[in-house]
Design a protein around this ligand. Structure first.
Ligand SMILES: Nc1ncnc2c1ncn2[C@@H]1O[C@H](COP(=O)(O)OP(=O)(O)OP(=O)(O)O)[C@@H](O)[C@H]1O
Length: 275
């Protein structure tokens, strides 16, 4: 994978997700703010955007720009200072109890480190079964759901009986994606999900994500500091700097016709980063 390359498929080739209108705004963030501490670090500063069904939307920005805080807010892992988050037209900013548990099923995440999340004494089967209580199996058996989820990330049945040390980092990250897919999420958030992988495994995980988007219509929020990866996977790119969204639009516009100086700077840094 070269640094500013697009995968072969285009959004026009995408599958329509079951029961979801493609291109519909499913998650909306409106004037979201998160300030930390007495000094009032503006980690997320008046951010508004929408994520459309069946698309990969990427938030790109340098370290400290507020990407992970934004992800944690959307995941309802911390409260915003102000602002609103909507999923499918419902305000989820302050929901609690059962509604919040349903939200946590609908909005799944994979993070940077597939190692720490994985108990070394658990097989993949045990890891995937752990979420059993939260699953809505809709008549499917747990085994079938596990196999279908593994298949979606290109892993075979024999993976079920493997331990973490018997798999590569890329395979472990695929298992983490499969674990998220067990929930049949409305939205998958991938926060720096390839950062700890070397270049070939990174491309492999990016391809898993684009295949999920194209083949199953999964909606993905991808978070990265690397505009090359953003270009490779995204339908839409949001550029974040110092907590603010400085530019957003379809990938082609942001990459080939950037309007903001900061986006141009990120693009200029690509050859230096990738050799
Ligand atoms: N719990 C916290 N308490 C205080 N400040 C925080 C907290 N979490 C994040 N920050 C600050 O908020 C800002 C944004 O951090 P954040 O981790 O969201 O950025 P990021 O773009 O994800 O960076 P990285 O890629 O390095 O994780 C930074 O200045 C950070 O120091």
């Amino acid at each position: 994978m070269t640094s500013l390359e697009k995968p072969a498929d285009s959004p026009a080739d995408k599958a329509e997700p079951d029961g979801v209108e493609p291109g519909k705004e499913i998650l909306k963030v409106d004037r979201l703010h998160k300030y930390f501490g007495k000094g009032g670090v503006k980690a997320v500063d008046d951010v508004s955007f929408a994520i459309r069904s069946g698309e990969i939307t990427t938030v790109v920005g340098e370290s400290g720009s507020g990407k992970s805080t934004l992800a944690r807010l959307i995941l309802r892992l911390m409260p915003p200072t102000s602002g609103r988050i909507e999923l499918n037209g419902t305000d989820v900013t302050t929901i609690k109890g059962k509604a919040l548990h349903t939200y946590w099923r609908d909005v799944q995440a994979v993070f940077q480190d597939p190692f720490s999340a994985f108990n070394q004494f658990f097989t993949v089967r045990r890891l995937l079964s752990r979420s059993k209580g939260m699953l809505d199996l809709k008549g499917e058996s747990l085994e079938d759901r596990m196999l279908a989820s593994l298949e979606q990330v290109g892993l075979k049945k024999d993976s079920l009986d493997k331990y973490p040390h018997q798999m590569s980092g890329g395979q472990r990250q695929r298992v983490m994606i499969a674990r998220a897919l067990m929930m049949r999420p409305v939205l998958l958030i991938a926060d720096e999900a390839t950062s700890m992988l070397d270049a070939s495994l990174r491309a492999n995980i990016l391809n898993v994500l684009t295949d999920l988007r194209t083949d199953t219509g999964l909606t993905i929020l991808f978070i990265t500091h690397d505009i090359g990866q953003a270009c490779y996977v995204s339908d839409r790119i949001l550029v974040m700097k110092h907590g603010k969204l400085v530019e957003s639009g379809p990938t082609e516009d942001v990459i080939f016709r950037p309007e903001h100086e900061y986006t141009r700077q990120l693009l200029e840094d690509v050859p230096r980063l990738h050799g």
